[in-house]
Design a protein around this ligand. Structure first.
Ligand SMILES: NC(=O)c1ccc[n+]([C@@H]2O[C@H](COP(=O)([O-])OP(=O)(O)OC[C@H]3O[C@@H](n4cnc5c(N)ncnc54)[C@H](O)[C@@H]3O)[C@@H](O)[C@H]2O)c1
Length: 271
């Protein structure tokens, strides 16, 4: 028996939504380093520049492409729009081949007009913001799965990793609809995993705790005691989330299906 030293994604084609920046970018870089061909995706060319992570999606694709070893392409589209999703999936498969790893990372607690919904609680959030948050997270994840998973099922091969959040597991007084959207994604993950069992497609989810992406650091006052990067009472580092995604995408997780992996240092401990 040979023991692999690290995850091997040689021959895989990975589409990571929202990978122009933040966690998605770190996941894309990690899968690329493991040998996958990678499709970077974002809602706009300049999304990677919002918090200074790259000049543009095209510039990032060029940078990662030079690094290899896999190929890198970039695609644009709003995951909450069915026509965008169909077009971007087609573009990825036309240029890289059938998608075997889908990471639904795009999302966030963003209001219809940008910024955070305000108010953002259980009773006062506007209908417009409720719909925007549900669309950007839950509906977008479903549309991506609807576009990619049937092909995986036909080929009897594929791994899907969806993104929840700490807020999808615990009661909160702010970011309530965001938490509900993430909880819906986690339940959808279990349902799709069950439906796909006969087809050999694994569907799992990651629920990160607070993680020091550029957006996270730029949009709140952080607690210095949680920045040490070492203890278990701190913010997660983006690479720690990407490593968990890599595990779920890998053959080493071949019998892990329909699960939610909370990567939060043990911040949430319940059955
Ligand atoms: N960073 C954290 O602390 C944290 C914690 C828990 C969960 N999460 C989740 O992890 C994921 C990544 O978070 P991040 O911190 O890297 O955030 P981020 O804002 O840096 O990255 C999110 C990416 O998704 C893209 N995106 C958003 N809406 C989109 C849409 N409708 N269509 C296409 N692309 C869209 C954005 O442009 C951006 O590139 C999100 O789903 C987020 O909810 C993050």
């Amino acid at each position: 028996m040979s023991i692999p030293k690290t995850f091997n994604f040689g021959g895989a084609v990975a589409l990571v939504t929202g990978s122009g920046r933040g966690l998605g970018r770190m996941i894309a870089e990690t899968l690329l380093a493991g040998g996958a061909h990678v499709a970077l995706h974002d809602i706009s060319e300049d999304a990677p520049a919002a918090f200074g992570e790259a000049e543009s999606l095209t510039a990032l694709a060029k940078e990662l492409s030079a690094r290899g070893p896999g190929k890198v392409v970039s695609v644009l589209g709003d995951i909450s729009k069915e026509a965008d999703v169909a077009a971007l999936v087609k573009k990825v498969e036309d240029s890289l081949g059938p998608i075997s790893i889908l990471v639904n990372c795009a999302g966030g607690d963003i209001a219809a007009k940008g910024g955070k919904p305000n108010p953002n609680d259980a009773l006062n959030i506007s209908l417009e913001d409720m719909q925007a948050v549900m669309n950007r997270n839950f509906v977008g994840t479903m549309l991506m799965c609807r576009a990619v998973v049937p092909g995986m099922a036909k080929r009897q091969k594929g791994a899907v990793i969806n993104f929840g959040s700490l807020n999808g597991h615990i009661g909160v007084v702010s970011e309530v609809v965001y938490g509900c959207a993430k909880a819906a994604i986690l339940h959808y993950t279990r349902c799709l995993a069950l439906e796909m069992k006969p087809n050999g497609v694994r569907v799992n989810a990651i629920s990160p705790g607070p993680t020091t992406t550029a957006r996270f650091l730029a949009t709140r006052a952080t607690d210095p005691s949680k920045m040490d990067g070492v203890s278990l009472e701190r913010y997660a580092k983006p690479q720690e989330i990407a490593d968990a995604v890599a595990f779920l995408a890998s053959d080493q997780a071949g019998f892990v299906n329909g699960q939610v992996l909370r990567v939060d240092g043990g911040m949430t401990l319940f059955a």
